[in-house]
Design a protein around this ligand. Structure first.
Ligand SMILES: C[S@@+](CC[C@H](N)C(=O)[O-])C[C@H]1O[C@@H](n2cnc3c(N)ncnc32)[C@H](O)[C@@H]1O
Length: 223
């Protein structure tokens, strides 16, 4: 049966250059995780938008992309993008494709990539410059799997960075020990530094009142 879909418009603006970018994201009315835009996605997409100059022509891979707002913004800004989501959830991969179609994007790869799994598709991926992940740290039991995949990708592309936004759902959650274990370094980026410290962003009412944080993770070089 065809699922009911709605379309959300996001418009990113640069007040200095007067540039703007509008993208449309189809959402499925379904309570599953990868079916609609999460508050963190708008924050990460805004970060991508403010770094669009350095992304042009770069290779970008989005993890747990769902409806793929950050990856779509990166592709519209000229990056070579691959969108990935859990290989066991074809509906999420279909959402990645629909988001590309809705924005006239051709040549964006869509791939099943399950965190923590070493698959032939993971091994065949080309080197990346930037890995994106919005709201991929939402289930503590998956945190290490996410970092395992990120760590694998960063070790193959040591110059690359993992740009990730996440929604604070519990004060008890911490990535510190896992980052240390996987020899990763993490820089927290204040939202005010890229105009994301507002409840309304890109013409949408997300992130709203949710507490979202932005981090840049890279390989630790001090060992
Ligand atoms: C909270 S949603 C965030 C979706 C999207 N990034 C956003 O912010 O709008 C989490 C996403 O991670 C994906 N996911 C969950 N477990 C996964 C796994 N083990 N491997 C890969 N992707 C997974 C889900 O399918 C979903 O798209």
């Amino acid at each position: 049966m065809e699922q009911s879909r709605t379309y959300k418009l996001f418009t990113f603006k640069d007040d200095n250059s007067q540039e703007s970018l509008s993208v449309t994201i189809p959402e499925v009315l379904d309570p599953q995780f990868g079916m609609y835009v999460w508050p963190s996605a708008v924050v990460l997409a805004q970060y991508v938008w403010t770094h669009r100059e350095e992304l042009r022509g770069r290779t970008v891979l989005e993890l747990g992309a769902g409806v793929s707002l950050p990856g779509v913004v990166a592709a519209r800004c000229g990056a070579r993008v691959t969108l990935t989501d859990d290989s066991d959830w074809p509906l999420c991969l279909q959402n990645c494709r629909r988001s590309c179609e809705a924005n006239g994007l051709q040549g964006v790869g869509v791939l099943g990539l399950t965190w923590g799994e070493v698959s032939p598709d993971l091994l065949l991926l080309p080197a990346v410059d930037v890995i994106l992940g919005s709201d991929v740290f939402y289930e503590p039991e998956d945190f290490e799997d996410v970092l395992l995949t990120v760590s694998f990708l960063l070790r193959r592309s040591p110059h690359a960075e993992f740009w990730t936004s996440y929604q604070l759902r519990s004060a008890d959650w911490s990535l510190e020990a896992l980052l240390h274990r996987w020899k990763l370094r993490c820089v927290h980026v204040p939202l005010s530094g890229f105009g994301a410290d507002e409840p309304e962003l890109a013409g949408s009412n997300l992130p709203g009142r949710h507490s979202v944080q932005m981090m840049v993770i890279s390989l630790r070089t001090d060992h």
